[in-house]
Design a protein around this ligand. Structure first.
Ligand SMILES: [Zn+2]
Length: 407
């Protein structure tokens, strides 16, 4: 077998530049198990096999590409990320970690490093943008979410995760906690584009993660009375959209009064959603983050009270559901210090974004690397990584993996 050199990270990102482009929003829409994401998954399999890695897809749809001398797979050093995106996302959130892993494995094999087995892993549905639950693949593997709950999740078209998984060639009956797959991982390192301005301000290309700031998603359901937009007097309305508008404004002002908090309404879903119809119901999707979990819950309580008042003023009802919650995750401090040491005193940064690394951290030694994003913007077509930083990231990942493989 001749193993072709993988080349550069920017070269790999360029290979998938036409996959899943979104003509309406700009950037990329690559929901899990869509045509675009399945294309990216097979691109990864081809690339990994060309590099001489042994590829397997596990029962939860995680793809593993192994470099395992003697086929021993216990005590493995694992790196990787995801290929799915948010609607209208950037080119780097996810694919940068996968492409950097391929290049880093190439560098390691050129250096003929011996030691622990190693693998690249690709997680499905990291963003939660199709089925509403972020890090679904890693949560399934670790048992953080049950197969029963995951399989019943539906996308906007009513397709269940079970149906989409079967469509992608997986067997829904076999999905769920996979302690054997998890037990093979000794250490997991995820490289990711930075989702913020930390490295711009520090004028450095690569950082080591300290923690993932606690975050959660809530669904505020406001119910009123659906009616005709022309035939219903203004005084006779119980309009949940008006209450929702007050909630959106309250979320902003309450979060601004809470130091270091971030609270966002990024999605409103009216029912039935017609221009000439007063909605009968509006779902307000809320995202709240803060390093201190007690602050998150205090802020949420203020938002709940504001929503109750806003609904009552419109004669509407309101119920708030917690869809997911992840407490602040501190990565392994000894591993973090090791990575800082390997990378000649790379800066250490926290992130406000969730990652599969945050799920794995509860089970295995886990760390993360961030690569500078010159716009500081993510989950947007404006997310960017300079070629020179992308290669610096892959080289940093290779150096970190080399240290861990030899340990
Ligand atoms: Zn990501």
């Amino acid at each position: 077998v001749t193993e072709a050199s993988t080349g550069t990270v920017s070269g790999l990102i360029a290979e998938i530049a036409d996959t899943g482009t979104d003509a309406v929003r700009g950037g990329y829409s690559r929901p899990v198990f869509s045509t675009a994401e399945l294309e990216l998954r097979s691109w990864f399999v081809d690339r990994a096999e060309q590099q001489g890695l042994e590829v397997e897809t596990d029962r939860n749809g995680l793809i593993w590409a192994w470099d395992a001398p003697g086929e021993a797979r216990d005590g493995a050093i694992v790196t990787g990320s995801h290929l799915d995106s948010v609607p209208g996302g950037g080119a780097f959130d996810g694919p940068l970690g996968v492409a950097s892993a391929l290049v880093a494995f190439d560098l390691i094999s050129q250096r003929r490093i011996s030691g622990r087995p190693r693998a690249i892993v690709v997680f499905p549905e990291e963003e939660g943008s199709r089925f509403g639950l972020a890090c679904l693949g890693s949560q399934l593997m670790t048992g953080a979410v049950t197969a029963e709950r995951a399989l019943a999740l539906k996308d906007v078209d009513g397709t269940t995760f079970a149906e989409a998984s079967a469509g992608a060639g997986l067997d829904p009956a076999r999905m769920g906690a996979d302690p054997e797959a998890l037990a093979r991982i000794h250490t997991f390192i995820e490289l990711h584009v930075e989702q913020g301005r930390g490295l711009i301000d520090l004028d450095r290309p690569v950082a080591v993660a300290s923690s993932i700031i606690g975050h959660g998603r809530w669904r505020i359901v406001i119910t009123g009375e659906g009616n005709h937009a022309g035939a219903t007097q203004m005084a006779d309305r119980r309009d949940p959209m008006v209450a929702a508008a007050h909630v959106v404004v309250a979320v902003q002002s309450l979060a601004r009064r809470t130091p270091h908090a971030r609270a966002t309404v990024g999605r409103l879903t009216p029912t039935p959603g017609g221009t000439n119809v007063i909605a009968s119901r509006v779902e307000v999707w809320l995202d709240v983050r803060h390093p201190d979990d007690t602050v998150v819950h205090a802020l949420l309580e203020q938002i709940r009270q504001a929503a109750t008042r806003a609904a009552a003023d419109e004669g509407c009802g309101v119920v708030l559901f917690e869809e997911s919650y992840s407490a602040t995750v501190d990565f392994d401090p000894l591993l973090r210090d090791d990575l800082v040491d390997v990378l000649s005193h790379a800066p250490v940064l926290a992130t406000g974004a969730g990652h599969d690394a945050g799920v794995l951290k509860e089970h295995v030694r886990t760390g993360m690397l961030f690569v500078r994003n010159p716009t500081g913007v993510s989950h947007s077509p404006h997310e960017y990584v300079e070629d020179v930083d992308a290669e610096a990231g892959a080289a940093a990942l290779a150096d970190c993996l080399e240290r861990l493989i030899a340990q």
